[in-house]
Structures are given as structure tokens and as C-alpha cells.
Design a protein around this ligand. Structure first.
Ligand code: GLN
Ligand code: ZN
Length: 754
């Protein structure tokens, strides 16, 4: 039999039990309840995997918060500030590292490769010592073994661990490899003693562009791990092709290699040619990053090729990467149309699907027939109403390059805009959302559930908008917003009003810790049947003399935060989104909204992992933004907003958006990011955030004025806008009112110095 497994499993549970248990523990400190829930979830998930056909189950892929944090704690890579707490109360210490608390600030958090999962960045320093300080992988092995399962512990490999870490002293984390390896070796020995047959070492960094020291580190590390007693080692690579790292990866002394054939099917031939005799190859044909059933017509030829070359004993099947990035079970989505449901595979379905492939390879007819039926169902997809719309395709086809252009160049537009809409120097504004109060949340929930009728709900929104405008006028802001009270989520709100989208009820995916997101599914051609935001923006504008900014989520962000259909290139889907949003921009303009903000907080995260692919992505992403904003009058001012500050890699692209004003997060980095704009000689308006909205702390006038003065060292006063880092929806009014008052006062003070 061809062996099947998976590299990792979703952690949260069918009903997000882990989220509830974590949040309860954070309130009441009852560790027993949390640990019981966690153990129960692990057992349930292993059983699910086994029932779906997995021959061995991953263990230690589970985490109470994050697996990179687990690895740091396991090997004692714990910064000094947490040590006392960790010793006194390991669980409290662990969560302090993850979330801060007890006067301790948390580890930094950042995105796991190009996913929307965030990991905690280990904080290391030169001379750091490591030791095997825990037994989580062993303990979880014993749990699985007690259930009669073949347990395969998952460890983040030593090189990826160091590459994902940072040092506080600027030294190279890789210099710590020699110190780290004995701790890994000690763990492998223990796993070996515990009777573990295989251990999985995740080295996703092998799919990145690597420099010579990193390659060298791989060779050193894996040679060392091969010396001691150890289970067989499966080296797991995912999120892309091995490419120029293929020889490196196949030369490492391990017993098996996992490759991602969902993202990089073209690498199979080269891998088969390079793979040493005896080595197991685990092929990831089922996509762990998306929610669509795989295409047997594409997958079976790959599998047959691998089987011919390797024979049954050396071929394994596992989804392309951990199933952490997909929801648990599409069987729960009874609210979706049957057709769509037939195209979907969440975690459980992916394992079942994989099992069919394995059985088909083993010559079982019913499996081959089931796969044929799947292929036929998928072939029907193209002819299902809404999947391919002639109107959408024709419009996209007829799109000229002109569509991505403003009518005039920026400097001319700036003059026209100053003429029709005179604003003071250092104009003040906000990023869009205002506090989402309990009343608002309740009204939205009641409206959804049918307990509040449309009329009553709309009254709540209208009252809220009026109130938000009054607050902004009282604070003395120059460009106002309606506050986005009608939006629960910046992507969902638009997706619900666009054709081609579907929403799941339980399709949660972990984002970080207990936080989950439920991405919409883009299954069909995207079109906008009716205006989406014009009504509330116009209503807001009717209440004030000051300009009210229209608020849209940009096409790249909608794409990035959705599960995207796999039968069209992403860039095509993005262009469809751009056209739909372009209509919205034009309708807002026609309704008298002269300033329109198109948020693109996800532009940067869509950047491909490999350098060679980045230019192409940035090119189409920028074009999509420009299509959205294109064609409006010179007097219409287009803003964009991004919530991060690492601009160096994408500054060309940001400039190429040709927005009139860009607002960005920068208060925590104290305006450091402006260097990139200065070096670039960026001419447009820039609003570097002066108020860190992630923190409950209310900054004072002087503090914000200082940040503005810092910004003016780099920017021309005519460029500088004054705004918070991001939307205010997570804050309360008690913080927002004084903060905005202080922000306006700071702007006035610095203005008077000009
Ligand atoms: N306009 C949105 C808001 O203010 C922007 C959110 C974001 O950038 N993530 O909430
Ligand atoms: Zn933001």
C-alpha cells in the first residue's frame, strides 16, 4: 500500500474549541480546563486523520499558541525577562511570551512565509545557550501511541528555526547553529528511545533564495543530526519549489524528503532524477493552501510518474503543506449550494481525497472510479452559471491600457485638487473606522439574525454616522470619514455585495493565537450588481460642509484575504475585482465624494517568496490598483492605506500606485520608514501614522508633534498628512476622543512653526 499522512493538522477544533478554551483560561487562569481541552482536541484530530486514511499521524504540530514559540521554549531560547515567570508558572510564562502581560512585552509577531498565519519571532543573542528544556514532542507521542496510532513528531528544523529568529544584538542567528544542534540531537535520541519510527523536520526555508552561509548551515546541521541515534528523518519542504536548492536538499543525509507539488508540480522530474536510491519521497499533490478539490487529471499523471520511478515502498502521499492553513471540515457547510460544496475540500476532505489517490495507485477500481467522478464534477464547474460570465470576460478583454491611467500626472492633479478643495497644510484625517461599540455589534448581530428589521438597523447606522461626524467636527479634523459602522470586516462587507463570492459558516483558519479568520470563497466571475458604499458615504457627506472620504477595500487585499478559485490565474481574478471596484469609485465620484481611499493593507503580503517572481506580482498588483482608481477626474483625490512599515522592498511599487495620498503605519518605528520615501524622492502626499492604535495608551500632543517634526526632516510640508496608524475600530471612545484632540492640536502646533 502506498503510505499516506499529513504534515500537520488544523488546531482549533470543529467549533473553535481551542479559541474558547484559551480565552477562558486568559480570563480565569484555570489551566486544567485548557489542558484537558487541548488533549481532547489532539485525540479527536488524530482520530479524524486516521479515519480519513492517514497511516501515521503528525504529533507536536499542535500548539497552544504557535509552533515556533513552542520550539523556542523547548530548546530554552527564552529571553531573560520571561524566565522568572516561566519557572514559577510555565503556562503563564509561555503566554507572556506570546501576548505580553505582567509588565512584560511580548515577542514580536510576524507572518509565516506568505500565509496569513503569524508566528512569534524567537529573540536570540550572540552567545545564546540552548538545551532540551521540555518534553512536548515526547509527551504528545505518548498520547498518540496510547491511542494505538503511529505517531510522527513534527519539529521545526534547526536551520529554519534560526532563519525565522532575530537577534537583539544584530549578530547573525546562524552563528548559533553549533550551540543549538546538541539540543536537537538530544531530542532525537529521546524520540528514538521512545520507539518513534519517523520524525518530520520542517525546513520550509529550503524553498527560498538562500545565501552561501545558509546552504552551508544546512549541510552542517543535517550531517550532525545524522550522527546520533535518531528516528528516520523526513525533511519537509513546502510553499514552493526547491529549485536551485534541489541538490542541497537531496544531498542532506536524511531518510525521506517531502516536496510541494501543488505549488510546484514542475519540480517532480528534477527531484526524481536527483533523489538518492533508498530515499522516501513524500509528494504533496493535494493543496494545503486552498480549499478546492484537486484535479485527478493533473494529479494522477504526477503520481504514476513518481510510482514508476520509486516503487511503492518509497512513495508517500501528504498534502503539500500542513493543513493549518485550511478549515477543518467542509462537511459542516450545509448552507452552501450543493454544487459549490462538491468542489470543496477542507482538511478532512483533503485527507480522504489523498486516500483515494493512494488506493487508485494500488489498483483499487472503486477509488479510480471515485476519482473519475470527481474529475467529471470539476469539469462541470466551467459550465455552472456564474463561473464564467460573458459580460465580465468581455469587459476584461476589452480593457485598454488607458484604464490604468489617471487623466493627468500627479503634480497637475495636486494643483487642481488644491484649487477645488483647499486644505490647510498638514491636513488631519483618520483611516476610516471608528470604535465598534457594543451597541453596534449587537445591532449588526440582531440584524443578521432577523431580530432587527432593515429599517431599525439602518436607523442605528445613520445615528452612528451622525455621531461619528459630530465627534470629528468637534475634534477639528479636516477630512472626515463616515466611520464604517456598517462593516463587520473590510473584505466580507464587499464580498457579500459582489457576485462570485460565497461565505462559509465554519471555515475558520488560525491567524494567530486564538484569533481566526473566515476567508470568503471566490468561486465565480466577480461583478458588482449595484453600488456598495455610495449610500452611506453620501449620507455622511450630506451632514457636513467638510469633505468626507469614501472608503473602499482594494482589489489586491480582497484577493489576498479570500480563498481564490483555482481555475483562473490570481491576477485575472484580481482584475475582475479591480473592475468591480472601479465602478464603485466612479459612482462615489458621481455622488459628489471628492476624496476616495482604497485600502491595500495586503499588498505587501502577496509578495512571492522567491525574488525572481516578485516583479511580475508587483506589476499586476499595481495595475489592478490603478485600474480601480483610474479614469477619475483630476480633482478627485485618491488615497490609499497600508498597515505596515517595511517598504524598502516594494517602494517602487508603492510609488507606481500613483495615489495622491498614502497613509501608513509608522508611529512605533518612529517614522523610520520615511527614509525609503526620501531616497525615492516620492512626490505625493504621505500620512505616516502618529498614533499607535494597537495600544490602549493615549499619546499626548507633544509626542505626536515630535513625530511630525521628525517627518518634516524628510518630507516637504506640502506632502505631510496627519493621521493615526490605522482604523480606530478596536479602540474605545474614551481613548479615541482625547487622542484625536491631541492629534489635531499637534498638527496645529507644527503648522504654526512652518
Ligand atoms: N479603512 C480600514 C479601517 O479603518 C482600514 C483597515 C486596515 O487597514 N486594516 O478600519
Ligand atoms: Zn491599517
Amino acid at each position: 500500500m502506498t503510505r499516506t499522512t499529513c504534515l500537520g493538522f488544523p488546531r482549533m477544533g470543529r467549533r473553535r474549541e481551542l479559541k474558547r478554551a484559551l480565552e477562558t483560561y486568559w480570563r480565569d487562569g484555570n489551566a486544567t480546563a485548557l489542558l484537558d481541552t487541548a488533549r481532547d482536541l489532539r485525540a479527536r484530530h488524530w482520530n479524524l486523520a486516521r479515519d480519513a486514511g492517514a497511516d501515521s499521524v503528525p504529533v507536536n504540530d499542535f500548539s497552544l499558541y504557535d509552533h515556533v514559540l513552542d520550539t523556542a521554549v523547548l530548546f530554552d531560547a527564552v529571553p531573560e525577562r520571561y524566565r522568572a515567570l516561566l519557572a514559577a508558572d510555565p503556562l503563564a510564562g509561555y503566554f507572556a511570551m506570546a501576548r505580553g502581560g505582567d509588565g512584560l512585552h511580548a515577542l514580536e509577531m510576524t507572518k509565516w512565509f506568505d500565509t496569513n498565519y503569524h508566528y512569534l519571532v524567537p529573540e536570540l543573542h550572540a552567545g545564546q545557550r540552548f538545551r532540551l528544556a521540555g518534553d512536548k514532542p515526547l509527551a504528545e507521542c505518548r498520547e498518540a501511541q496510547a491511542l494505538g496510532l503511529d505517531a510522527r513528531p513534527v519539529l521545526l528544523g534547526p536551520v529554519s528555526f534560526l532563519k525565522l529568529a532575530k537577534t537583539t544584538d544584530g549578530s547573525d542567528p546562524l552563528a548559533l547553529l553549533d550551540a543549538l544542534l546538541p539540543a536537537y540531537i538530544a531530542l532525537l535520541e529521546k524520540l528514538h528511545e521512545a520507539g518513534v519510527a519517523w520524525v518530520q523536520l520542517d525546513e520550509p526555508c529550503l524553498t527560498l533564495d538562500l545565501d552561501a552561509p545558509t546552504r552551508h548551515a544546512y549541510a552542517t546541521a543535517y550531517a550532525a543530526l545524522a550522527l546520533g541515534a535518531s528516528p528516520k528523518r523526513l525533511l519537509a519542504t513546502y510553499f514552493g519549489a526547491l529549485d536551485d536548492n534541489l541538490a542541497l536538499a537531496t544531498e542532506l543525509p536524511v531518510d525521506g524528503l517531502h516536496i510541494d507539488l501543488a505549488r510546484a508540480p514542475e519540480q517532480l522530474d528534477a527531484v526524481l532524477a536527483a533523489l538518492p536510491a533508498e530515499r522516501v519521497l513524500s509528494v504533496g499533490v493535494v493543496d494545503g493552501r486552498n480549499i478546492w478539490r484537486s484535479s485527478p487529471r493533473k494529479v494522477l499523471p504526477l503520481l504514476h510518474k513518481a510510482l514508476d520511478k520509486l516503487g511503492r515502498d518509497r512513495l508517500w502521499l501528504a498534502p503539500s503543506c500542513s493543513l493549518l492553513h485550511v478549515p477543518l471540515d467542509a462537511g459542516q457547510e450545509t448552507g452552501l449550494p450543493d454544487e459549490l460544496r462538491g468542489w470543496l475540500a477542507f482538511g478532512v476532505q483533503k485527507l480522504e481525497e489523498q486516500q483515494l489517490y493512494a488506493r487508485a495507485l494500488d489498483g483499487q477500481d472503486e477509488a479510480a472510479q471515485a476519482l473519475q467522478a470527481q474529475a467529471a464534477r470539476l469539469a462541470d464547474r466551467a459550465s455552472t452559471a456564474g463561473v464564467q460570465r460573458n459580460d465580465v470576460r468581455a469587459r476584461l478583454h476589452g480593457l485598454s491600457a488607458q484604464a490604468a491611467q489617471r487623466r493627468s500626472a500627479y503634480l497637475h492633479r495636486r494643483a487642481v485638487q488644491a484649487e477645488v478643495r483647499p486644505l490647510p497644510l498638514l491636513p488631519t484625517t483618520t483611516i476610516g473606522s471608528f470604535p465598534q461599540t457594543e451597541t453596534l455589534r449587537r445591532a449588526r448581530a440582531d440584524h443578521r439574525a432577523g431580530r432587527l428589521d432593515d429599517k431599525a438597523y439602518e436607523q442605528v447606522l445613520a445615528d452612528e454616522i451622525r455621531q461619528v461626524l459630530q465627534q470629528q467636527e468637534a475634534a477639528g479634523l479636516d477630512v472626515l470619514v463616515h466611520g464604517e459602522p456598517e462593516r463587520n470586516d473590510m473584505v466580507e462587507y464587499f464580498g457579500e455585495q459582489l457576485d462570485g463570492f460565497a461565505f462559509t459558516r465554519h471555515g475558520w483558519v488560525q491567524s494567530y493565537g486564538s484569533r481566526c479568520v473566515k476567508p470568503p470563497i471566490i468561486w465565480g466571475d466577480v461583478a458588482r450588481p449595484a453600488p456598495m458604499t455610495v449610500r452611506w458615504s453620501s449620507y455622511a457627506q450630506s451632514l457636513t460642509e467638510k469633505p468626507v472620504k469614501g472608503m473602499l477595500t482594494g482589489p489586491v487585499t480582497v484577493l489576498q484575504w479570500s480563498f481564490v478559485r483555482d481555475d483562473l490565474p490570481r491576477e485575472t481574478v484580481c482584475r475582475q475585482l479591480a473592475l468591480a471596484l472601479r465602478d464603485e469609485v466612479h459612482d462615489l465620484e458621481a455622488a459628489g465624494i471628492g476624496i476616495i481611499q482604497i485600502d491595500e493593507p495586503a499588498l505587501r503580503e502577496g509578495l512571492p517568496l522567491r525574488h525572481a517572481e516578485q516583479a511580475h506580482y508587483l506589476d499586476w498588483a499595481v495595475t489592478c490598483f490603478r485600474i480601480t482608481a483610474g479614469g477619475v477626474a483630476d480633482a478627485t483625490q485618491i488615497h490609499t492605506h497600508m498597515c505596515y512599515s517595511e517598504f524598502n522592498a516594494i517602494i517602487d511599487a508603492v510609488a507606481a500606485l500613483d495615489a495622491d495620498v498614502i497613509s501608513i503605519e509608522s508611529s512605533r518605528s518612529r517614522m523610520e520608514l520615511l527614509d525609503a520615501f526620501e531616497r525615492y524622492r516620492y512626490p505625493g502626499g504621505i500620512g505616516p501614522g502618529v498614533y499607535d492604535i494597537h495600544s490602549p495608551r493615549v499619546p499626548g500632543r507633544e509626542e505626536m508633534a515630535d513625530l511630525l517634526r521628525l517627518a518634516l526632516r524628510v518630507l516637504d510640508p506640502a506632502q505631510l498628512w496627519v493621521n493615526p496608524d490605522c482604523g480606530l475600530k478596536t479602540r474605545g471612545w474614551a481613548e479615541v476622543t482625547p487622542a484625536l484632540n491631541a492629534m489635531v492640536a499637534a498638527a496645529r502646533e507644527v503648522r504654526s512653526e512652518l
